[in-house]
Ligand binder design. Structure first.
Ligand code: NDP
Length: 256
């Protein structure tokens, strides 16, 4: 078997797979031969990425358990059992803690943490039945340290690592591995939205706001989503079977 088709014929499902990090993960998994299912709420981005990775598209709001069950069943019908699950869908908001609303807290926890629980439960029998089951969470440097003005986001991403480590420990004797990637600020639509928010709140230009966010990474540059897709692919390879319970930082040295 050539080094290019390590995942030939195996099915990877990516939540939030239409854009940013999810689209990069889908592209890399496809390049190694995987069949890819893409989940998200907006059809446009999903279809654009699906055209690149010959993937199947499943419109789904991951805060709705019934919708997850339905989308995963359709993905299975299209591509077979889910052997790799990339839990990537996420949202970010910001507010000073004293002004943070309960609605905002609930939105962030629902998408970034509770939906991860629901997605894993929906795929777990498939993941455990596979010879090389792989579960990868897209966490954050906000999983490792506090973030001013984003306490809810940091709490959700800390929770995601707790979930990852617990599952890695609980299933350590099986063929399933459970890991997370922890990116710094990445060049994706989510960061574009953060730039727009900072610019609006502070009155700074978009260029200044982007500069301020970029400088939060120790490298002084935004992380390339391609590098995250590459790491997710690596974690999914059969040869990575002994990488379990790892939180891999991809942040240009920010948390060094
Ligand atoms: P994007 O905004 O491009 O990606 C987020 C994806 O999640 C979108 O495709 C979106 O699709 C999907 N999504 C959001 N809410 C839902 C929902 N309720 N149901 C289904 N899908 C949903 O940004 P990124 O690629 O940057 O974000 C991907 C992940 O990376 C997130 O978990 C984020 O927290 C994490 N991350 C990002 C960093 C960054 O700097 N950008 C840094 C560290 C971590 P749609 O809106 O169509 O549903």
């Amino acid at each position: 078997m050539s080094t290019n088709n390590w995942l030939e014929g195996r099915h990877a499902l990516v939540t939030g797979g239409g854009t940013g990090i999810g689209a990069s993960a889908a592209t890399h998994l496809h390049s190694a031969g995987a069949k890819v299912s893409l989940l998200g709420r907006r059809l446009g981005p999903l279809e654009r990425t699906a055209a690149i990775v010959s993937g199947s598209v499943h419109q789904c709001d991951v805060t709705d358990r019934a919708a997850i069950e339905q989308a995963f069943a359709a993905a299975r019908a299209a591509n077979g059992p889910i052997e790799m699950l990339i839990v990537n869908a996420g949202i970010a908001e910001s507010a000073p803690f004293a002004k943070m609303t309960r609605d905002s807290w609930d939105r962030i926890i629902a998408v970034n943490l509770t939906a991860a629980f629901e997605s894993v439960q929906a795929a777990l029998p498939d993941l455990l039945a596979s010879e090389n089951g792989r579960l990868v969470f897209v966490a954050s440097v906000a999983s490792l340290r506090g973030v001013p003005y984003a306490a809810h986001y940091a709490a959700s991403k800390h929770g995601l690592l707790g979930l990852m480590r617990s599952l890695a420990a609980e299933y350590a004797k099986t063929k399933l591995t459970v890991n997370a990637v922890c990116p710094g600020y990445v060049d994706t639509p989510m960061t574009d939205q953060s730039v727009a928010r900072v610019s609006q709140i502070t009155g700074r230009s978009e260029e200044q706001a982007r500069g301020a966010i970029t400088n939060m990474n120790a490298s002084g540059r935004l992380v390339d989503p391609d590098g995250i897709g590459t790491m997710i692919l690596t974690l999914c390879l059969p040869k990575s079977r002994d990488i379990n319970g790892a939180a891999v930082t991809i942040d240009g040295g920010t948390s060094a």
